[in-house]
Design a protein around this ligand. Sequence first.
Ligand SMILES: C[S@@+](CC[C@H](N)C(=O)[O-])C[C@H]1O[C@@H](n2cnc3c(N)ncnc32)[C@H](O)[C@@H]1O
Length: 328
Amino acid sequence: MARELSLAEIFQLGYYWETKILLTAVQLDVFSSLAGKPRLSAEIATRITADEQALRLLLNALVAMRLLTKTGEAYENSSTAEKHLVRQSPQFIGHLLQLHDAEWNNWGKLAETIRSGERSVDRHVFETDPELGGNVLAVLHRIGQQSGPDFARRLQLKGALRMLDLGGGAGTNAIAFCQVYPTITATVFDLAPTLRLTEKTVKEAGLDSRISLLAGNFNHDRLGGPYDLALMSDILHYQDFATNAALVKKVYDHLLPNGRLLIKDRFLDESSTGPAWTTAFAVHILINTQRGACYQTSDAMQWMQAAGFASVEEVERTAVVQGLKLNG
Ligand SMILES: C[S@@+](CC[C@H](N)C(=O)[O-])C[C@H]1O[C@@H](n2cnc3c(N)ncnc32)[C@H](O)[C@@H]1O
């Protein structure tokens, strides 16, 4: 039984001022304006075109939040801010925070959405702002370098497999699978604007001879192949139940006999009250997609069984479901 929240913790949950101060500082590029050297508030105001008096309040709060330091009247980035919040840094993660900020107004409509059940968003970020979507994928690709190879290793695959990474984004999984298994070749299928990033990541990984890119809309276009292995990782929560069922069937048709489909997603457990992060993610998906949802693994298993897959099972709890296409 989980411990009850204290009153102090309830107050803390309802407190978002620091969140918005950080997101705004990233939006205004405060940290980049301080790259490499301390500056006075007047200099920062000139660099980012801001009102000095108002800016000083933001800077002081950022000092209290330990993202900046202040010596006399000069402000300086903390070492973490310098590494991760300065735009020119190779380890910049600000794009992810920019996405949260871009979704701020959608969160403002949460009460309205809960009351009416009506969504106010008609497309997801990869369609509305492919540049931001690509930048976010690049950050996730960089910070998720370890999880892809670990996932690939756990599957203990064998043989010279042709893999489809559907909605493969930055190619994080295709790259990881090719690195772990030297006999795999892969196709990353994604929207054309997203593949501009994939081309770079695949080249950087030295895998352009084993990973090909195929542009299109996976609901409408042919997927190439046939393949021995298909992965659908973090794509189905953007779509409704029936569209997912149809897409799983389409993937079945693009697999060879003995082919395997892996669906990896943020699934809710049987009670829909866990994992905790996913319950909040489900609300995020409600207000930031037109028809998306967080599903349970039993939903994914239903799509697979209806498509004709056999030996359908949850191979990693609330994370990965697998099915096999038998001979014939
Ligand atoms: C959250 S990302 C997941 C990326 C990757 N599979 C991973 O797990 O890291 C969702 C991806 O689906 C792609 N996508 C969304 N809708 C699509 C569609 N209709 N056709 C093709 N790709 C799509 C997006 O461009 C994006 O790369």
